[in-house]
Design a protein around this ligand. Structure first.
Ligand code: SF4
Ligand code: SF4
Ligand code: F3S
Length: 265
């Protein structure tokens, strides 16, 4: 309780903001607990009341005051083509802002598929040269928390770990925290018994769909996707894509947009 909150600068590049939407819905720990007891969200150009020069001055003040101590959270990625002109924030390219803010950060958290791996922006043919954070920043530890978006409790779980232990969580070969990305959706899926019995949905309006059989033949990427959706689920444990009748599209794996088609094996 006496531990000072960790300063966080949260940048937004090419993205859709649903990672933020997910983050603010965390129920355990609650978002209030995160914001009032664990982190000091000193800059976030989406959530801050301030805007413009006032907010950019705040970012630079935090960078100076907490040099080497702040966490840089990145939602979205950077356009690298034509000097980054396809993503301009606060009068500069996001590419420049990312490099400038990363320089004195203690570590970087790459939220979501966009910041971690590129997502739809860098899917073929990638017209803006969109590049994930790890392609641009090479000299800082980066925790990748992919998913489109990531599960809220996974996001806040990563922050809780850093705040509690002052260290990065153990990461897998893609830079994802093992605690949340060490099992496949398929390993814990409640439809697994149907998979094992060879009982598959073969059309979205067939009888097998109504009975909730396995979605493998509808293109489900659960067998090759590492994430916590089938364990902790979404919206405080309410459901997850397969629970809603849709195959997993592999949103926490690198380049999932280019690994389709989504609805075929
Ligand atoms: Fe949106 Fe997905 Fe990118 Fe998050 S990872 S900002 S949800 S497109
Ligand atoms: Fe595996 Fe997908 Fe079938 Fe679930 S629905 S058992 S994840 S193939
Ligand atoms: Fe994404 Fe698959 Fe979970 S599509 S949200 S990893 S079930």
């Amino acid at each position: 309780e006496k531990k000072p909150r960790t300063p966080v600068i949260w940048l937004h590049g090419l993205e859709c903001t649903c990672c933020s939407e997910s983050f603010i819905r965390s129920s355990h720990p609650s978002i209030e607990d995160i914001l009032f007891n664990m982190i000091s969200l000193d800059y976030d150009d989406v959530l801050s009341a301030a805007a413009g020069h006032q907010l950019e001055d705040q970012r630079r003040r935090i960078m100076k005051e907490y040099k080497g101590k702040y966490i840089l959270a990145v939602e979205g990625n950077a356009s690298t083509k034509d000097d980054g002109v396809y993503c301009m924030v606060g009068g500069d390219s996001f590419l420049n802002t990312l490099k400038e803010t990363a320089a004195d950060a203690a570590a970087i958290v790459a939220w979501g598929a966009c910041a971690s791996f590129g997502c739809v922006q860098n899917a073929d043919p990638n017209p803006t040269g969109a590049a994930p954070v790890s392609d641009i920043i090479k000299d800082k530890p980066i925790i990748k928390v992919p998913g489109c978006p990531p599960i809220s409790e996974v996001m806040t779980g990563v922050i809780t770990h850093f705040h509690t232990f002052g260290t990065l969580p153990e990461l897998d070969r893609f830079g994802r925290p093992k605690a949340f990305y060490n099992t496949r959706i398929h390993d814990k899926c409640y439809r697994r018994a149907f998979f094992d019995a060879g009982m598959f949905v073969s059309s979205f309006d067939d009888e097998a769909t109504r009975k909730g059989w396995c979605l493998y033949k509808m293109g489900c990427k659960g067998p090759t996707t590492y994430n916590s959706c089938s364990k902790i689920q979404w919206n405080g444990g309410t459901s997850f894509p397969i629970g809603s009748g849709h195959p997993c599209i592999g949103c926490s794996e690198p380049n999932f947009w280019d690994r389709g088609p989504f609805y075929q094996r």
